[in-house]
Design a protein around this ligand. Structure first.
Ligand SMILES: Cc1ncc(C[n+]2csc(CCOP(=O)(O)OP(=O)(O)O)c2C)c(N)n1
Ligand code: SF4
Ligand SMILES: [Mg+2]
Length: 349
């Protein structure tokens, strides 16, 4: 009788596991030498997607740079919950200046690093820079500084933690807030309750339109994918942008244990396409594994409660489904389809 190798598929949990894999294949978080860049003791809410995303992103960047990393933070939940004066949870050089200027401050840090490296006879600085902020700090108030950083191709990775509103100041609408969502400034009243349809910005596509070396989206539902993208970005020079979908239990009115589930549903419905792009062209798309209806994503969130109840707003839910279906078509999220999103975020075929 011939030899029959037995395959073991179980390699441990995402959080601390993967220790049965060869060391080079293990996640950063499975490594005992991980940096714990965002350490315990911070004051994020239970189930905060932003805290989780930042922890994985910065630890991956620390690993990729041999801990030669400086982080610049915009004002927002991530800054406030991690640094209540005089304490900090950050285990790396970290600077906070203003709500809207993180990209510009990071540009300055990168420029200073470059001058110092040149004085030391090196072509490039080995110390790298990350800027990070929420969707408000990125898509609204910091947008001009961010666009300038992209346009100059400054050597910075900018990470946006998108929880779809200004959470730190009490859940006001941002230009990343989805339509129909209840926020403190888009109440569910009137003929079109919640945030309006047809407004807002898609900053990953706008970043692509700058033609920068790398743009990617990710969610906290696939942390290996997030680690991979951060590592890849830190292996490149020039302006890079990663937009991470991070559910916020407080602002969304969702259960703290549903953070990962909602992030997964955002991807599996097509509402949040997960992809990579280089120099303005989509190079990789995470396919939908099991297509889900948008109701599955909307229903568990109290910010969309006015769409359900005794007389569900089927027309509004249908408009959501249309957005998801458009994304599925444009990015080729199902089957063998190829992305048709081109340089300026419009269909190119
Ligand atoms: C110029 C300026 N305007 C307003 C504020 C108040 N402010 C601080 S954080 C914040 C909201 C941050 O929202 P976002 O960037 O989405 O981060 P989140 O808290 O949601 O993570 C606002 C309005 C400020 N600090 N500076
Ligand atoms: S309000 Fe939202 S983003 Fe802010 S700490 Fe709480 S869960 Fe995180
Ligand atoms: Mg926000």
């Amino acid at each position: 009788m011939g030899f029959q190798p037995i395959k073991f598929y179980q390699t441990g949990t995402f959080t601390v596991g993967n220790r049965l894999l060869p060391p080079e294949q293990r996640s950063v978080q499975a490594d005992m030498q991980r940096s714990n860049a965002l350490n315990s003791g911070h004051r994020a809410c239970q189930g905060c997607g932003e805290a989780l995303g930042a922890r994985y992103a910065i630890d991956a960047a620390m690993r990729a740079t041999g801990n030669q990393l400086i982080a610049v933070n915009a004002t927002g939940c991530l800054e406030v919950f991690s640094t209540p004066y005089p304490e900090t949870s950050w285990q790396l050089p970290w600077i906070h200046s203003l709500f809207g200027n993180a990209a510009a401050v990071a540009t300055g840090v990168a420029a200073a690093n470059k001058i110092r490296a040149q004085k030391e006879g090196q072509a490039e600085s080995q110390t790298r820079v990350i800027a990070q902020g929420g969707d408000g700090g990125t898509t609204d108030i910091g947008f001009g500084c961010l666009s300038g950083m992209f346009e100059r191709n400054d050597d910075v990775l900018y990470i946006c933690y998108d929880n779809q509103a200004y959470m730190n100041t009490g859940v006001q609408r941002s230009s990343a807030t989805p339509p129909a969502a209840r926020t403190a400034t888009t109440m569910p009243v009137g003929p079109e309750p919640g945030n309006v349809f047809g407004q807002g910005k898609n900053v990953p596509l706008i970043a692509m339109a700058h033609g920068i070396p790398y743009v990617a989206t990710a969610t906290v539902a696939d942390l290996r994918d997030l680690e991979y993208k951060v590592k890849k970005a830190m292996g490149m020079r020039g302006a890079r942008y990663i937009h991470i979908f991070v559910p916020c239990p407080l602002g969304w009115g969702s259960a703290s244990h549903d953070t990962i589930k909602l992030a997964r549903l955002a991807k599996e419905t097509g509402l949040f396409p997960v992809f990579e792009a280089e120099y303005g062209e989509v190079t990789n798309v995470s396919k939908i594994r099991q297509k889900m209806a948008v109701e599955e994503y909307l229903r568990p969130q109290r910010r969309f409660a006015h769409l359900f109840g005794k007389s569900p707003k089927l027309d509004v839910i249908a408009r959501f489904q249309h957005i998801a279906d458009q994304n599925i078509y444009k990015f080729g999220l199902l089957g063998e389809d190829k992305a048709t999103v081109g340089y300026y975020g419009v269909e190119s075929v």
